[in-house]
Design a protein around this ligand. Structure first.
Ligand SMILES: [Zn+2]
Length: 322
């Protein structure tokens, strides 16, 4: 059992315990604020789950619509999952990222939602740190796996955006469960401190590098690139059917030579075939840069912070940073 599963089991066990306690002490059937009666929070995908877990702690029972190891954009919801949105106390999602979730939220009309796209402004996919050589219109089409109509959904890869999401989640939870507002505030501040430290590590760690450009199979790192002065060169989108054209592969190889790139990045949830083919031709290294769309046994860490730290190390190595 991996650590996440262990944590989930522990959480579930403590839930049973709390529920039992609630039955014993509260026969009046009070609302969400009563002792031991935890909030039901549904999150759409991993980084939002992470924020909810950190901010709510054991005050909430958290479920996530995207199973670990599956691509969030491929998500299809079961009838049970759609129903879970109606009974949830809070739903945390990002409108414009997962069409099936948007539709289910419209249908289920949950009592309280946090829509991340209203918390962090989404950048157009062409402006979020994309390489200037990128063809107009290409990225939206190539990234067709995501249903995000020309905007880049990957806001969570910038730790400062995660701070904003954490604050929004904290204030929404506090409205719904006012009795525990102080707990949510403290836990949100704890998460903010960790994220701020992570942000500083990125800033310091990527300040003095031999090159700014990095090449990755999935152009998910636009917000991260922009935040730390890097330039992302995306090979293609991540959907299996959107293979890069031979012309695009040739162009990426030309850019790799031009910028002295050492490493072609791929990600854990997607086949590294194209990255490896490009790297092999040029005798370059390959390494993982994780867009944090899910944590699996293959992840280089067991939570958002540790995987981001692994991403930082990978970027520093590839780009010759001091
Ligand atoms: Zn993505």
């Amino acid at each position: 059992m991996n650590q996440l599963a262990r944590a989930a089991t522990a959480l579930a066990a403590s839930g049973i315990l709390l529920a039992t306690t609630a039955c014993g002490t509260s026969s009046t059937g009070a609302g969400a604020g009563s002792e031991g009666d935890r909030l039901k929070v549904v999150t759409a995908f991993y980084p939002l789950q992470y924020v909810a877990e950190q901010v709510a702690g054991d005050r909430a029972e958290i479920t996530t619509l995207t199973a670990p190891g599956s691509e969030p954009h491929d998500l299809e919801l079961t009838a049970k999952q759609v129903a879970s949105l109606s009974s949830a106390d809070v739903v945390i999602y990002q409108k414009g990222f997962q069409a099936s979730v948007d539709k289910a939220v419209d249908q289920a009309q949950p009592k309280n939602v946090v829509d991340v796209s209203t918390v962090v402004p989404l950048a157009a996919s062409s402006e979020a740190g994309e390489h200037e050589h990128e063809h107009e219109g290409e990225s939206a089409e190539e990234h067709a796996g995501h249903d995000h109509g020309g905007t880049d959904p990957h806001v969570w890869l910038d730790p400062q955006n995660m701070v904003k999401i954490s604050q929004a989640v904290s204030s929404r939870l506090s409205e719904v469960d006012a009795e525990h507002a102080a707990t949510f505030k403290t836990q949100s501040e704890g998460l903010t401190a960790q994220l701020t430290q992570l942000d500083k590590s990125f800033e310091d760690g990527l300040k003095t590098c031999q090159r700014k450009e990095f090449i990755t199979s999935h152009a998910a790192f636009g917000y991260l690139a922009k935040a730390y002065g890097l330039t992302q060169i995306g090979i293609s989108g991540l959907a299996a059917e959107s293979d890069p054209s031979p012309a695009r592969i040739a162009e990426v190889q030309k850019l790799a030579k031009e910028h002295g790139v050492t490493t072609i990045f791929y990600e854990t949830l997607v086949s590294p075939a194209h990255a490896k083919a490009i790297a092999g031709d040029l005798k370059l290294k390959t390494d993982v840069l994780d867009p944090l769309e899910g944590i699996t046994d293959q992840s280089k860490g067991d939570d958002y912070i540790s995987v981001q730290r692994a991403n930082l190390t990978a970027l520093q190595t590839a780009n010759g940073c001091k």
